[in-house]
Design a protein around this ligand. Sequence first.
Ligand code: FAD
Ligand code: THG
Length: 822
Amino acid sequence: MSTTPRVVVIGAGIVGTNLADELVQRGWTDVTVLEQGPLALPGGSTSHAPGLVYQTNPSRTMTHFARYTVEKLVSLGCFTQVGGLEVATTPERLGELKRKVGYAASWGIDGHLLDADEVVRQYPLLNPEMVLGGYHVPTDGLALAAKAVQVLIERSTRAGVVFRPETTVTGIERANGRVTGVTTTQGTVPADIVVSCAGFWGPAIGEMVGMPCPLLPLAHQYVFTSAVPELVGKHDASNGATLPILRHQDADLYYREWGDRIGIGSYAHRPIPVDLADLPRYDPSEISHDRMPSRLDFTPEDFTEQWAESRRFLPSLKHAEVAEGFNGIFSFTPDGGPLIGESPDVAGFYVAEAVWVTHSSGVAKAVAELLVDGRSETDLHGCEATRFEEVQLTPEYVEETAQRNFVEIYDVLHPLQPKESPRNLRVSPFFLRQQELGAFFLEGGGWERPQWYEANARFLDELPEQWREPERDPWSAMFHSPVAAVEAWKTRTAVAMYDMTPLKRVEIEGPGAGLLLQRLSTGNVLRKPGAVTYCLLLDEQGGIRSDITVARLGDELYQAGINGHVDVAYLSAAADRQSAEDPASWVRVRDITAQTCCIGLWGPRARDVMAKVSRDDLSNEGLKYFRTKQICVGGLTVTAMRLSYVGELGWELYTTADQGLRLWDLLHEAGQEFGIVPAGRAAFNSLRLEKGYRSWGSDMTTEHTAEEAGLAFAVKTDKGEFVGAAAAAAAADPRRRLRCLTVDDGTSVVLGKEPVYVDGTAAGYVTSAAYGYTVGRPVAYAWLPADVTEGDAVEIEYLGERVAATVSAEPLVDPGMARLRG
Ligand code: FAD
Ligand code: THG
């Protein structure tokens, strides 16, 4: 009898088969994989994937997933390590390839920039006149995905996994909020855990349990040429390859050698969304390489220019023809990331979808860790299925953003670059005023968020010399304005108002509210109403799930400022469990972000502004640092919380959305004589870095402990049992630390994710960075080995150049807390 849970995996593509394998390797013995197609060729995306694996990605997590996939497929004999080559035909692309060299160094991949001659030597078929340079990764190559599926099926079958082909899942059975099994065309299969690895069929499976799976099936063209003279006779195998896999991203095309032919993939066509209901239905016995549900007929009219461009790029193709092609289907999501994790509503139901072959083994490993250990070793915040806001789950939003991502897949995108559409999806009550003040909006979580206000340009003349920022290079100048300097200056010397509405917040209510937060957080939240606590949500191993502020508003009522929808899902699911287990300690978590709004009023003159609009006592005696109370502002009921992410005196002022505009107008008007300005996120980010306040998701994730991140002060180890307490108590000396760097030349601004070199070796990476207006130099936080300490010299690589920086004592501004507590 098995003692491990009964797991049903839906789908025997590259993800499902990898997952079954990862589970049995971890000692789980009761794993069944259900596949609607035949096992030899199931007919999903994997069955026709050409298998190009480029490991380098701006995302550290995706890069690590890819690296693991390469290692695993190599070990299975299912990887042809021909190397990966990306070619620049424009100066903008060359800049992008330099940034890729940086990502590679940051995330531990061996990647190099090649000059034009070296590129052509790597790939003699290239038109040398088009090539400006290239990026080469020797360990990239071709995954033999369909073969890997067969090898994994054999290996895991020997380890006891049961594969059931020609078995279509038709429903998910549940009892008491848990999965209990699946129904199929071949009867019912009981299960404690169900993982959907159904690829682009994911939404249909999700629907069976009411879990939204925001992915869009899209068709993507792939063609084979006829024989290319230079390749004839070169390979024995029909799919043989020795040339590197090749990307021509300036034309949205990619290439691989396939025996004596070239395979060409194109993203250069119109997006072709696919409705699952329209897919051809095949009898499993009919499925073949030419006929499978994930393969639609080729539309040659979408490949005309692409073929002409390919012949220009690889002139030998002038002696070849397009021999065959198809429109293959795979998944796109609103932000391009995969969908991983458990349903917040149905315990035991997991998804692992919208995953490329490139990341498949890595994702499978992470999911196996989630199931077996309760957490993944790899940071999953960009992959969590629960990361989307409600407005991001509508079919309209998913269709539009996923198609946009298809179109932009190879575009050179700036890290700050916002979506073009849909915009103005969510606006705060201050939006009209922000527009009048010339706000430059970026988008996040569907919200319009002012980055700076053009209206403040009128103060540029008054800006004292030492607050001015040096001229930026063209890349770091994008989506930035020198006006941010004015906003930072005014915040530190007068007063500014920040729209904090998009910062997510939840209300936690019920007799069990304190208990829930006490169990899940590192803080002691059982203090009197009015207390505000900064604390962490840890996982069982002490990894940081989030950092939050918890305000006790009443005996059974808390408000928490959190970091995203993943936190809402986590807290709600825990609340539901607690309420079910002990009805007397019921507790409810409610996302109140949209119906409320918040202005951060911060700066040395903040009290003067409030004195004009409120009769409440807001002196130090009236409302201490990290305390909250309800006040009246010009007749509006406002919750004031005395804390500041920018590190200045003042409050977060919350009210309901309907009263927001009036609150804005009152403060803006009252503040005029004290020099108030509205301020945006550019200044905000700079000020918070100077103050040393971490931003979860970029500065720290579940991969880091409180000790390493410099947040041990927020862990109250003596308060009793809480998630992660044992791990936090057992914490050994950390091997790495989050450090504050300042750039020595005072002018070279970096943006984040750049590699940091210590004694000439890449030893860490920048997490977030900004120009520090108060300190007059660029600031960067970075993960570095623990033995790199204050005063040490390091180098940050930015666009191929090394920039000297120094590890500095932090915080850079107000270490004695005089400004905040004043
Ligand atoms: P799939 O392989 O689709 O597996 C899902 C399985 O679930 C299917 O076998 C399906 O039959 C089964 N299933 C679905 N519903 C049910 C049900 N109700 N009951 C039972 N079984 C069910 N990726 C790369 O990394 N590199 C590339 O070069 C590359 N090129 C590509 C080129 C083309 C033309 C296309 C279309 C895709 C390409 N991809 C590439 C993407 C890659 O193919 C997919 O992302 C990957 O194969 C997805 O694997 P999967 O296991 O999630 O899905
Ligand atoms: N405001 C509110 N909630 C939030 C944030 C916020 N939740 C998410 C995120 N931001 C959390 N991050 C921080 C980081 C630092 C502080 C507050 C929120 C902060 N820290 C004090 C310090 O380190 O000096 C804590 C002092 C103490 O513990 O007494 O203020 O911006 N509502």
